[in-house]
Design a binder for this molecule. Structure first.
Ligand code: FAD
Ligand code: SF4
Length: 523
């Protein structure tokens, strides 16, 4: 194999993966001229699933910035571009070649957060003379060694219990051993829809203008198959300074309404794609930000006397960071690798083409898909109750649903994507995450948004031509999974309501849903 770069000798080589951009890791506390840090754009990572082009650009740009920051701090860094790694079969092949070239005696890596990569690194066969050491990534709040004290494998574990333990453990929003404000969870105070006067106050999202022209060129030259809107100016943060700026922007402009409008959606505003969400998930998942600093920054802002931020808003945010995020990671690791093939509802249909181009008559789907393709981003309730709900009701193969979510979102890494998608949204995991499916008809979407006002379909109708597809599909889903769901105490009443309907209404509803399922591509 030919090389074009110089080959100085090092005794130690350390690998930094694209989602391990943690400048505060103890590795970087001291400089050692005998240590070479390797950051590499890899074909295997750019193509293990079909990614949104902005996701590829964001990771590659952040990796380049990280290499620059390390060099500025006096470390030796080998930053390999896509064209320089093209000739290596995979990551182990590259590492083996670099170890030989630089006379490496010790190879270090941080534990990968994805099962796929962790296995690959653990199974890697290096020359016997090279000692291999795994390190913690020093990012998460719950060490893996403690998972079993919080989460049991193969069982449902309540997020709320997990979250309370984390609150106590980290001593966040606590008043002694009691929750600040007298309640652990203020969800009941949150989750309003946006009314007309609220629309005038939606904050402008902070967007960056990172030039990714050269990265796009490398992707094209490397024949990487991507999708989504291509832009030479990347709006996502690509270094720690930008990530901190986004955090500050969130605390100053969004946190005061974060919980209140967390589930709201609108078609009627330029900033409908961002609303009061933090959009910090990429900065967090690439580890440019630490979850504790994010939670603490929000709490500090809340405590400022002039903040105007209620406990309900800050608690809602802290719960996402120290609760949901850590919880899904633990569920993923204690249940992998089996989790990746769970499909308890035997869903088999293909994902419709509009997931890739946004061309659908359903306004709610058009908005959620359109902004996902435009920005590589949708907020939680769009992912769960619009696109996820649609896939669940129509019985799309969870493997295809997973692949789409893993590719499209800027923050999608399997440890967090899969439990949310296959588990929370598709209910494919035998209830390991959710005790009941997150499914709903058009009523819910109409309650939380103004989409239905702008839609081709009529949300008030169920069986007529032009009726909202979600309405009949909801009942079809409930009826076809009756045996599995009926005994669930949180669902039983829905079947009682179905049983009270006239047989002809039931028949017409199922017939309409069958029509939708047969014409899925045309909806
Ligand atoms: P905010 O609404 O501002 O929330 C703040 C932070 O809380 C997020 O940045 C995130 O770090 C954390 N958070 C909130 N909810 C969750 C959750 N359920 N699980 C884990 N962390 C959470 N999140 C990802 O980071 N990567 C994914 O690939 C991903 N896939 C998802 C797929 C589906 C089907 C669903 C329903 C949710 C998914 N989520 C995923 C969770 C959540 O939707 C995103 O974290 C959030 O929308 C990111 O936007 P934000 O930073 O503006 O979040
Ligand atoms: Fe979505 Fe139905 Fe409302 Fe249209 S009418 S926006 S399809 S919920």
């Amino acid at each position: 194999m030919t090389t074009t770069y110089k080959t100085p000798r090092y005794h130690r080589m350390r690998l930094i993966l694209g989602d391990q951009l943690n400048l505060q890791h103890h590795w970087f506390e001291q400089c050692d001229s005998g240590t070479l840090y390797v950051i590499a754009e890899l074909h295997q990572e750019a193509s293990y699933t079909r990614h949104h082009v902005q996701k590829l650009c964001a990771f590659f740009a952040a990796m380049a910035q990280f290499a620059t920051a390390l060099r500025a701090n006096g470390h030796d860094v080998l930053h390999l571009k896509l064209d320089e790694t093209r000739d290596y079969a995979d990551l182990p092949d590259l590492i083996q070649a670099l170890c030989s070239r630089h006379g490496i005696e010790h190879f270090d890596f941080q534990l990968a957060d994805e099962y796929r990569l962790r296995q690959q690194l653990r199974e890697m066969q290096l020359d016997n003379a090279v000692t291999v050491t795994e390190f913690d990534s020093e990012h998460f709040l719950l060490p893996e060694a403690e998972f079993s004290r919080f989460i049991a494998a193969g069982k449902h574990n309540r997020m709320e219990s997990f979250y309370r333990k984390m609150r106590k453990r980290l001593d966040l929003l606590m008043d002694g051993d009691q929750p600040l404000g007298g309640q652990w969870n203020f969800d009941a105070d949150n989750r309003d829809r946006l009314r007309a006067p609220d629309l005038t106050e939606i904050p402008e999202p902070l967007r960056f203008d990172n030039n990714v022209e050269q990265i796009l060129q490398r992707l094209d030259e490397g024949k990487i198959d991507y999708f989504g809107e291509r832009s030479e100016a990347l709006l996502w943060p690509v270094d720690r300074a930008q990530s901190l700026q986004l955090l500050e922007h969130f605390c100053n402009h969004c946190l005061h309404r974060f919980g209140r409008f967390q589930d709201a959606m609108t078609s009627a505003h330029e900033y409908r794609w961002s609303l009061y969400h933090s959009r910090l998930s990429f900065a967090l998942n690439s580890k440019m930000l630490h979850p504790l600093e994010v939670a603490e920054a929000a709490i500090q802002r809340f405590k400022q006397t002039d903040s105007g931020i209620s406990i309900a808003q800050v608690e809602g945010f802290v719960r996402q960071i120290i609760g949901w995020r850590e919880y899904v990671r633990a569920v993923y690791w204690v249940n992998m690798p089996g989790y990746a093939s769970l499909n308890q509802l035997q869903a088999k249909r293909d994902l419709p083409a509009y997931f890739w181009d946004g061309d659908t008559k359903m306004e709610c789907m058009k908005q959620a898909l359109g902004q996902s393709l435009e920005f590589a981003y949708a907020h939680h309730i769009q992912r769960l109750m619009i696109t996820g709900n649609f896939c669940l009701l129509t019985g799309i193969d969870p493997g295809q649903v997973d692949a789409w979510y893993l590719g499209v979102y800027i923050d999608a890494i399997e440890w967090v994507e899969m439990p949310n998608t296959r588990g929370m949204s598709q209910f494919a995991d035998n209830g390991l995450i959710a005790t009941k499916p997150y499914c709903a008809g058009g009523n819910y979407i109409n309650k939380m948004s103004d989409h239905c006002k702008h839609c081709h379909y009529n949300v008030k109708q169920k069986t007529e031509t032009g009726a909202c597809p979600f309405n009949s599909l909801y009942w079809h889903f409930m009826v076809r999974h009756r045996e599995r769901l009926e005994r669930n105490p949180r669902i039983g009443m829905i079947y009682r309501s179905w049983d009270r309907q006239q047989p002809e209404t039931q028949e017409a509803t199922i017939a309409q849903a069958n029509w939708c399922l047969q014409n899925l591509e045309q909806l």
